[in-house]
Design a protein around this ligand. Sequence first.
Ligand code: FE2
Length: 381
Amino acid sequence: METTLEAPTRQTKPLPAAEQDFLPLQGTDYVEFYVGNAKQAAHYYKTAFGFQSLAYSGPETGVRDRASYAIRQNKLTFVLTTPLRRDNPIADHIYKHGDGVKALALRVADATSAWQETTKRGGKSYLEPMTVSDEYGEVVLSGIHTYGDTVHLFVERENYRGAFMPGFRKWETDYNPPSTGLLYVDHCVGNVGWNQMNPWVKFYEDVMGFRNILSFDDNDISTEYSALMSKVMSNGNGYVKFPINEPAEGKKKSQVEEYLDFYNGEGVQHVAMATKDIVSTVSDLQQRGVEFLKVPSTYYADLIDRVGKIDEDIEPLERLGVLVDRDDEGYLLQIFTKPVEDRPTLFYEIIQRKGAKSFGKGNFKALFEAIEREQAERGNL
Ligand code: FE2
């Protein structure tokens, strides 16, 4: 099936057969954000995205330097952390980057082994294995650095029955907006600097045992538009996928470069959250005030010609601005929010997969034109 960008996807070498996975991952455990005001951020994610209150940590629980709110929706867990004073790494992170993702925490059966296996392969330690415990059991945590000031934490929680983690207490509140049907983290995308994509691809291969499952170069992602290059890294079982973008030279300033300018370095560009019913989820999110990128209605005029027959009616997709793309295994529906802070940095993708395992390459052109319109409005093109 032809899509708007015809260049074939470059498939890279298959994983060597029966290779031992030295870093078995059970999925994303949580995403931690460092934010200027965690109380208000938690309210935003509950109100706008339908997360539920889960746990709280702060002075009332014996933590002196920060407050953290853990919120959850199905298998998605976010932690919003803010510093209570200046002159500490959390405050410095926000001063430099604005609100953003600090930690992509990954669930493992053995956080000590995860740290040992990755650091011995060249991973830079962020947190040596440590056990935290309370009356509900114990959690073992460890971590390594990745691009920019971002880190991967390894979370071993088989022996924990509490709400979230020792140091947190259950957060109960009367304000509980309903879920919007968001289910789990589908993938998390990192933006890295010029010529830094391949070194970070190698990091994920060598240090974490990931493999490159898809690549897009600047011929795929046209130089007419907000150009970038991207490689998708996946762990062995495919539960964890990290596409890595770097800017590419184009006629206009790359959207990745705009991000790097405003984030003051490399970091997480977007988190894709899965739903089983994108029309329902996105209708709900829009009513709750989440703002999405819109493509022109011409996108829908020849949609069926491009992607073939789909189960959904076109009308609600067009009304909401949901995009569709097909690969060899099926199709996917996706939509992107505008940045969720004043800096043009982090945004979200909502994705519904119907067989497709790819990332919507056929939508890049329409999408980048939409991003460019926004960049132009900000004076950053
Ligand atoms: Fe994505």
